[in-house]
Design a protein around this ligand. Sequence first.
Ligand code: ARG
Length: 456
Amino acid sequence: MAKLWGGRFDGKNEAWIDAFGASIPFDQKLAKQDIIGSLAHVKMLGATGIITTEEASEITKGLNILAEKVANNEVTFTIENEDIHLNLEKMLTDEIGLVAGNLHTARSRNDQVATDMHLYLKEHVQDIIEKMTDFRRVLVEKAEEHVETIMPGYTHLQHAQPISFGHHLMAYYGMLSRDQARLEESLKRIDLSPLGSAALAGTTFPIDRFMTTEELGFAAPYNNSLDGVSDRDFILEFLSNSSILMMHLSRFCEEIILWCSNEFKFVELTDTFSTGSSIMPQKKNPDMAELIRGKSGRVFGDLIGLLTVMKGLPLAYNKDLQEDKEGMFDTVHTVATSLEIMTGMIATMSVNTIHMAESTEKDFSNATELADYLATRGIPFRQAHEIVGKLVLDCTQKGIYLQDVPLEEYQAITPLIEVDIYDTLASKTAVIRRHSFGGTGFDQVKAQIDLAKKEL
Ligand code: ARG
């Protein structure tokens, strides 16, 4: 079959080579955007008199028919027509005849594909931002339920100091808020129109790029036609922001996986978000959390893949750029679905508050409380640290905890220690007293939640 660009070729096409060069198996996802771009372009061609108003209106009619067919899944794409742009142009020709050939005046597939990608990403980043807001809302709701739930806070995965579970959840709220802000900020750079850059150098036709920019709802046109057709930094920025977001989700999932284990038993996921084992009847596995942790890898891969595709490309368009698509589609899908799963999983997760709190009572996570107690009574903190360290060693040998040490023994160490030490050593007291701004004290966690509610 003759190619739409076949004029200067007389060799015959080979199906297996066509298949290697084609992007239609994946860029058909851009059908809607491609038609929207063409509608704006043809309107401008008509308005500027580059084609006649009759031609413009026939093409517009044809494009609207195609839009309808695409929406109803009534089109068949072919490898012979290589990509979404040529497939749709062929269909338009079948629909309205040779007048369709006027559509490609003052345009190239190079600015066409870049425009499609900008339109696609703008729509999907906005959708992802909405999903992030839903997730952040759920985090705040959960945190509010658990302001007073005590859990062990960790460093090095060792019990460090007791904290509020609400505080822990609000840490993720903070990360997700910055992730969302990054995506919102990136919209400025996605919101640009490459259309009218043509192949690379602009065009001799009197086009109106500002008109198509406005028609497509973009904030501004690219100022430089070479830049407009050849850069993909707007996609790289999305992949990079998505990588950071997925890293955050992955850390959270890692914690959920630990918390579901027999060793922790801090939370339980609903059956909906768990799966069983084909051999071990007792198993209830946190597969969804594991998958999100795993899927972070493919998003990082999409970023590194495109960076590598881009790094050696001379200006302007090179066919290598066709490799920009699958990674972007993959990341859009991965991020959107991961966020939906996270939102449902956290909203329905039950928390074993009693066990969580109890696990702060069979440890030395109150050792800082004792050291602080001594320091506020005049012993320099370094010496206080030394005294408590020795006491912890002694307790470990005896198999008891700081709260089990009798008052006489405390007073033998220093008479500065009085009976109020036992209240000071209680986990709940340790949490409540951490009033410093952003600390885990209940009042501080509530303040974080209030702030978050205002943001949302
Ligand atoms: N399918 C191509 C891509 O995705 C469209 C642009 C083709 N341009 C060209 N000069 N061959 O990059």
